[in-house]
Design a protein around this ligand. Sequence first.
Ligand code: UGA
Length: 481
Amino acid sequence: MGMGFVGLTTAAFFSSRGIPVIGIEIDEIKNQKIREGWVEPYFHEDGLKELLDQVPEGYLKVGSDYNSAIKNTDMTMIAVGTPSDEQGKISLRFVESAARSIGIALIEKPGWHLVVVKSTVVPGTTRDVGRIIAEESGKIIGQDLGLCSNPEFLKEGSAVKDSLEPDRVMIGGFDEKSSQALAAFYQQIYKDRIAEKKTKIFCQGLENAELVKYTANSLLALKISFANEIATIAEKIPGVDVKEVMKGVFSDYRINREFLNAGLGFGGSCFPKDVIALLNFAIEKGCLAPILHALLQVNNNQVIHTIEIIEKILGGLNNKKIAILGLAFKPNTDDLREARSTKLVSNLLNKGARIFVTDPKVKYEDFISELIQEDAKRYNQVLRTILTDPSTNDEKKVHQVFQNTLKQSVTYGTIEECLEQASACILVTEWPEYNNISPKTFQSLMREPKLLFDGRRIYNALSFKDFDVKYQGIGLGAADT
Ligand code: UGA
């Protein structure tokens, strides 16, 4: 249930391995796109199209008829979204509605049926899902029905690879029978990897498995914020480079090198949302969780800190042309959710800068829509101005005007068009396409002071030594610091 990037990738993976799958999605427009998506799925995910192409005829069907889908299958996996509500708490409305639908569909279904929650949910939710299903269906969990939590660890952009080659499968079972049934399912799928000791299957209690997911994401986010904090310290020490420092740190066998790359901060649909959800959950339970709090603060500061550096070097931002390389929250995706680019551009616009953006995958219209959401304050200003004119007193019009205003200040172009006469260039997303822009290109196209701010440290600082380009990188203590 739920054909987002997790649901669709999982459905494509299982069906490509000869397991018949019915994907249930209430949004029929999405379904239509997925059906046509044998050619190009409705979002970009590396290798998904190829995986879908491997699915034997008839093994993957998508539709909105959950009743018939649940009746004609042995296991239902819930992979619907768990967005944040206005206070940042996890909203379980889609999960609960899925549970109710499952309960209703199961009323008349004979035999044992396994329900699995894949969506990221706070501890206790899967048990509640079981309770809702039991209430609706009149059946008894542990007797007529099985129940598991099975959090996923797929990364956007490499979800297909992560599905094919997971390091672990985490199962939280309501009872032994449920855990064993789901473990047997995965043992079959990952037979070879388990034999080679490349994939482990863990069976624990429901709430443990749920908390594993939040802990893993929060720890990864913490590693990033920690690296960013050290980077900020490193910037204050002439000649110090956080990348070199980290190399020394990684040589300790106890410290794994992953997710310690300093940058503009983490974005995406998972880390920011999940850390906030865990923080709120902790507070509700009476824990202050200061580390979760601090890691979010460091993350938010990265963009502000970057703008301060650029503003200082440029001597103000008003009317300055700034080029932004990369908009997606990370390479290999067109996803803009919580992307650093929107926060950065929104702040730069507030300081009067003229913005030129480029990205290999993100569409201009999508970026503008994301900016509108980010920039509620400026939106309200436009709203107020417009509302003084009664003839334009309508919300749609305001949206239109605001969109047009943004389009005047944010231009989309090629790399060259962005760099042309730009006072500063900010590398936001480390797309491989940007690796080979030469110091000479930056030098010849940009205007003084020709500041290149490498927000992901993809360039070699030394290669700019003989060029008239002011190179500044995250975590690099410049000689004039
Ligand atoms: C993350 C987790 O990595 C997955 O294991 C998890 O399944 C997923 O969330 C989820 O909960 O569904 P994802 O959000 O797709 O995956 O992306 P990541 O590759 O983890 O990157 C997240 C952000 O961290 C990106 O903005 C990236 O640029 C940033 N990052 C990552 C850094 O700034 N530095 C690093 O060293 C690594």
